[in-house]
Design a protein around this ligand. Structure first.
Ligand SMILES: *Cc1c(COP(=O)(O)O)cnc(C)c1O
Length: 227
């Protein structure tokens, strides 16, 4: 956790760096949305960011998001909450109720669960397919070689609710080739949204066309060990 004023300063720095990276890439800075990743940080930190004008937040656990965000949303109805973590099928209904975007659709069983949940809840959040661009066994995301087929079937099933793709490159590699791969997959399928880039690499992601960057530590400071 950082002190409130430090948080506001860091948020302003990240916004400034997004603008710089976009201008370097000859892109409109407004085409890049900052998702402030508030996982493990208390609602009071989210409040500070809200007071500084931030509205889009990312959480990776449904339970934590459900504990923090409904009260904040009552206060700030224009909040947009993105679920960015691996999602269990038994959390699909809660996820569909809570989220404005689910960034981690990565397998047919989850697609089934989300479709069923959307039917029963009567709303469907925007969806991104997470691609495991590094084919890392411990990571979430559809394996690279299955991605094209999965994107096609999700497109047919979810129509315009499917907005784009998300990736988390391997921590030990240059992220740029992974960002390029994700961009080319999105282009192939005509998907407009590219969620890529975190605290360590969001300028590189913007250079490769990111439209969403998911930044936690650079805004909120180091995460506490437990939420
Ligand atoms: C935690 C997390 C982030 C933010 O990571 P930082 O390095 O703290 O910016 C981004 N994306 C996902 C999927 C995450 O789980």
């Amino acid at each position: 956790m950082v002190t409130p004023s430090a948080l506001v300063d860091r948020l302003a720095q990240v916004r400034a760096q997004i603008e710089t990276a976009a201008r370097h890439a000859h892109r409109d800075p407004n085409a890049v949305t900052l998702v402030a990743v508030s996982k493990f940080h208390p609602a009071s930190s989210v409040q500070e960011a809200l007071a500084a004008g931030q509205r889009v937040f990312g959480e990776n656990r449904v339970q934590e998001a459900a504990a923090k965000f409904p009260a904040l949303r009552a206060q700030y109805p224009d909040i947009r909450l993105h679920l960015i973590g691996g999602l269990q099928t038994n959390k699909a209904k809660d996820a569909v109720q809570l989220a404005d975007m689910i960034e981690s659709l990565d397998r047919p069983a989850l697609a089934d669960a989300l479709a069923k949940a959307a039917d029963s809840v009567g709303r469907m959040p925007d969806l991104l397919i997470e691609v495991n661009t590094g084919d890392e066994p411990q990571k979430f995301g559809v394996p690279k070689e299955q991605a094209d087929a999965f994107i096609r079937t999700c497109r047919q099933r979810f129509g315009t609710s499917l907005k784009g793709l998300m990736c988390i490159p391997p921590a030990t590699q240059d992220p740029t080739p992974h960002f390029q791969l994700l961009r080319s997959m999105a282009q192939t399928h005509g998907l407009p949204v590219l969620s890529m880039g975190m605290s360590a690499d969001y300028p590189q992601a913007i250079a490769q066309g990111a439209t969403l960057v998911r930044v936690g530590t650079a805004i909120f400071g180091a995460r506490p060990a437990t939420p």
